[in-house]
Design a protein around this ligand. Sequence first.
Ligand code: GCU
Length: 655
Amino acid sequence: MSLITIIGRGHSGTRAISNTLAASGVYMGEPLNGSWDLVPPQDMYDACKVFAKYVDWQGGLSWDWQRAFAAEPPPEFVRLLKSYLKSVLASNAEHKGWKIPETTLCFPWIHKLFPEAKYIFWIRNPRDCIIGNHVTDDMRRFGIDYPDTVDERERRAISWRYQYDLVKACAKPEQWIEVRMEDFVLKQDETLKRLETFLGFPLVKIPVKPEAVGRWLIDDQDTNTRTNYYDMFEPAMREYNYEMPAAPVSKTAAFTPNYEETKVPAYTLPELLRRNNGVGVQNKEQWPARRAEILDIIASQQFGRMPTKQLPCRFTVVEEGEAFTGKARRQQLRVFFSDAPLPAMDLLVYSPKNASGPVPAFLGLNFHGNHTVAADPDIILANGWYRNNADYGVSDNKANAASRGKATETWSAEYLVEQGFALATAYCGSIDPDIDDGFHNGVHPLFQAPGWTGRADDEWGTIGAWAWGLSRGLDAIEKLCPAIDAKRVAVIGHSRLGKTALWAGANDPRFAMIVSVQAGCGGGALARRRFGETIWRITTAFPHWFCLNYNRYQDAEATMPFDQHMLVALAAPRPLYISSAADDLWADPKGEFLALKNAEPAYALFGKNGLGQDVLPPLNTPIGDSIGYHLRPGKHAVTRYDWEAYVAFAKKHLG
Ligand code: GCU
């Protein structure tokens, strides 16, 4: 009788071996899911959490498992594991075993409990392992700490590395075999023989798919590294003979941001109020000409020029109803960008039902789909491409009902309605998917001349398209939303969409107010400070957001004919609000404050007051008159606190 355990990170292709074992008469427990995993997994998950209490994260990619190695598995762990494995343990089959990727997370204690078992360690090229999402991507769910990252692929890579390091650090069971998934697929006979020798019984040959090998080569969703490679893979890739990338492709992973104020270089900002011909701007009458110059500089050098061609956009009301226990009216509008059904954008609008007249509104793009904005089952799940995201339950690049309401606080729609505001929002990916796809998706092709082969240096990118889409959202409001006063619409956005809000506000004077949240590099933060994210990093990681000219300023910020104070000043004299988060150093809170500070002269031309102080305010202290700012504690996110500040500012300016 033999007991077999398969170890291997999620997406390592472990189903190939458990399928083989099951087909060869090994009892793999019951019930099994489609990956031949023994389910339900909850007890195994809980067991992993017990194990995690014995793991000490030491920062970076370093974890100490000594306490776990030294301890006997506690009774709680044993109970959970036995409960998870009950069908296997109770079976009298001659050969039995189990597989579930989470096993790897608590492998040392499984080894202690089943020292006699035969362990098959299944390995796959990590570049292929991190393409799809897996429950272990975010190891915090299992109680394991790791360095924060907003890059989901990097998060998967970290989980991969953790599991590799853990297996390597642990003493090997006596009966242990390591098998590369690629060998199983490409040299199946040879690999089956090895496994048969190890297991001591014959194995059935299951059908395998050669295209499962090297999937990263055709993966086009890897926006950060382009080749799914992170330096943290190197030891494992060398150990298991995976070909290393020839060029230093993991450029972005190698980037070390500066977070020290003392290392901020000395800099001089281009003068906001000096015309290109050297003449100073003295009064508000001279501002429009200077403003046009700035707009042209930033269009040609950073975001790309907005297209001048008008598209035959069509606007329709798709659905209307009520929400938030009758407090709100809901409208769902569809904007068709051409005569065809796609691309199209759904604009979700909530407005106060009992308003006595048209109300002011916030209009912004969302990251994950309208259905995430509120737990309102009537929100339409839009078509189009969605970034895979474990937290939002998206694994096939399609909108998923599991993510309904996940961004409720981020949008605080009910609160806005209670405060007398409308909220209008659309999914950014329905204007242009956030992937570097050569501009073959989204609205870009609608503007490309026949025979277009690639972008001119000043041709727009994804942020430009999103900003353009926001203006179409405002068109839709003007045409179809009597509940909203279209002259009192604030454009708002977070992070990459906060850069977008600034650019939309700059291009479309109809936006009555502009709110940009933690937009950081390329948004509200001064580039010359090189604090946190830099132009090199952002253009390397997200080349599709900007125009090609922006690459000129990689590590050459001092040569820029502009800086972000000029971008934010394009809002003048309209009310402008930026907020930062103290832990979000990547977005350089102080750099955002200073950009606003240096935009004040444009407001002064109109007799308008700006921030009212020269130094960063204390936490949770909104400041400013026509230019507002606050710094709150916490992370990169939009919180209810943030909304309360925007609402107070909007009440002052939009009434
Ligand atoms: C990345 C990127 C930032 C961006 C952020 C976001 O962190 O480097 O520039 O603002 O993503 O959009 O969340």
